[in-house]
Write a protein that binds this ligand. Structure first.
Ligand SMILES: [Mg+2]
Ligand SMILES: [Zn+2]
Length: 237
């Protein structure tokens, strides 16, 4: 890992806040993509996905069009989500953060229902989740986007607002994708992989690479102030 903390007086900020993306960060695949390809009634969704990747349409338009094609009931979707496992280090990492008084939240451009179901199935409780919302009507789904930002055309749920709300803290972003580009540019530290990593590399911005949450766990475990606070300071040679 090339660890390059940013400038900005991190030392003076006592509180920390960690923002976790969900798909491909906490989970090992893109769950929303999987749902769309599994339950779509046709092939049109791929066209919208391509247009979004190319930056021709924003997330909101893309998701609205893709979800219109889905045919799945609330019960069937919940059952499908039962099988989703996530990074085994996520639970450990949350335990470590909680024990050291570090705050965290999940910020996702997926949907609260999907994320909360997966957390519940994996026995994770009490995590703040900010995401888009779903309404079910028999086997049809309609999305809503209460966290849209009129100043940002790229995002459906503009995660940047949460980062800016916590600027008095040392902020850390953990993510992988295009929807993380907007918020991750405003945090003090960034853990990035895949598309997010490419963005930071391409723009010569500092970040820490991670393969899975074990790397993020290692970072927080090694953080000296945390060891002091959690009473785990070890003798150093
Ligand atoms: Mg992601
Ligand atoms: Zn945004």
């Amino acid at each position: 890992m090339n660890s390059v903390p940013r400038e900005g007086g991190m030392a003076q900020k006592k509180q920390w806040m960690v923002f976790f993306d969900f798909d491909n960060t906490v989970t090992s695949s893109d769950i929303l993509d999987n749902i769309i390809s599994r339950f779509a009634s046709g092939e049109e969704w791929q066209k919208y996905e391509d247009a979004w990747v190319e930056g021709k349409i924003g997330s909101r338009e893309c998701l609205e069009k893709q979800l219109r094609e889905l045919r799945v009931t609330r019960e069937a979707l919940s059952e499908y989500l039962e099988s989703i496992m996530f990074d085994p280090f996520f639970g450990k990492l949350l335990k470590l953060l909680r024990s050291t008084g570090i705050q965290f939240m999940i910020v996702s451009d997926s949907f609260s229902f999907v994320i909360k179901e997966i957390l519940r199935h994996n026995g994770i409780r009490g995590v703040k989740v900010y995401a888009n919302e779903l309404k079910f009507k028999k086997d049809e789904i309609s999305p809503s986007f209460p966290l849209i930002n009129p100043d940002c055309l790229r995002c459906a749920h503009c995660k940047r607002q949460h980062v800016l709300e916590h600027k008095d803290k040392t902020t850390v972003y953990v993510g992988d994708g295009l929807s993380d580009v907007c918020p991750a540019q405003y945090t003090d530290l960034v853990f990035a992989k895949a598309k997010l990593k490419e963005f930071f590399q391409g723009n010569k911005k500092p970040f820490m690479e991670f393969k899975d949450l074990k790397d993020v766990y290692g970072f927080f475990e090694d953080l000296e102030p945390l060891k002091v606070k959690s009473g785990k300071r070890q003798a150093r040679s």
